[in-house]
Design a protein around this ligand. Sequence first.
Ligand code: NAP
Ligand code: G4F
Length: 332
Amino acid sequence: MASDSPRRAMITGITGQDGSYLAELLLDEGYDVYGMVRRTSTETIERVNHIKERLNFVAADLTDQTSVIDAVNDVRPHEIYNLAAQSFVPTSWKQPIFTGNVTALGVTRMLEAVRMVDKSIKFYQASSSEMFGDVRETPQTELTPLYPRSPYGVAKCYGHYITINYRESYDMFAVSGILFNHESPRRGLEFVTRKITNAVARIKLGLQDELRLGNLDAKRDWGFALDYVRAQWLMLQQDDPEDFVISSGETHSVREFCRIAFEHVGLDWEKYVVVDPKFYRPAEVKLLLGDCSKAREKLGWIPETSFAALVQMMVDADMLRHKAELAVSQKS
Ligand code: NAP
Ligand code: G4F
């Protein structure tokens, strides 16, 4: 293949929130983009439907070593972004073995595929601030000790360290981005931010009366997913493989998120939010706050979207979607 042919990137988890934004970014950067998708009885490509003609899909599953090796061997990518995971924390208590298989061992399967097919492939692992768990210091940096509080967090710690281990054992360009919570209008409906903005829109339009939530005191360092996928790409464009914390540098409570979201449509959150212990977790991560100084200095990366702008963008998107759906149902 001629040396000026497009670079090839493979994204596992392309059908997820981050995968969809990263695919757009890589297409804009001129890559040939290959998305790993697992077999399902109905299509799950809603988030990338608008760009599907420009993408290449390759069938594989992170729980199946042979399919992963075949996918990497067939595509021969220059860069792999391993975003696939069982990523919902409460599910990780209900399905701890499955979560470990995908979110922990799945990383080794990907790294093994790289080691066997071509060790020069650059590899990005989606590590998580959930690894800090019961935080040992605040703010959290690349050097903060890990203390996970969920099977998901434990699985991510495994993925984090196996990535470092392959880097050090086999001299591979394998890096971890320790990303703090990042959200968008494409966030899954079960995560607290999207659960809130979706409910705000439905309440405003008279489709729902109340919003039942768990721990309102939990604090998170929330950013915008589109900003964060740029950091993932930047990490693979460096000369040396290094791990980076990616965060907004601000922390806000679930309560504050509610207040801003409801205020944006002229409603008082306290009239609609009901605390329901059903949504409490067996062990909670009370506070996350990241220090992304290293990413600022070495990647030149900064978060560009403020917390309030993020909340408002998500509410606006859910309002638009529900209004459009209402208009269709009223016509028929
Ligand atoms: P997401 O929306 O839940 O997407 C997860 C993706 O993984 C989906 O495309 C899903 O495919 C795929 N997947 C799950 N199991 C798979 C398997 N066995 N084989 C192949 N693909 C599989 O997650 P996200 O928010 O985009 O996050 C991307 C990554 O970053 C995840 O690893 C997550 O744990 C990590 N992370 C996220 C955040 C955050 O705040 N968003 C923060 C830190 C780290 P289907 O469509 O088939 O289900
Ligand atoms: O939105 P969440 O479910 O996200 P969580 O658990 O922080 O995990 C997300 O961020 C991680 C990065 O730190 C990722 F690695 C992970 O994949 C995922 O993307 O919950 C946020 C907080 C929690 O403290 C939770 O207890 O919101 C609190 N919360 C309160 N009521 C709720 C609810 N969370 C959910 N999902 N649903 C509730 O009703």
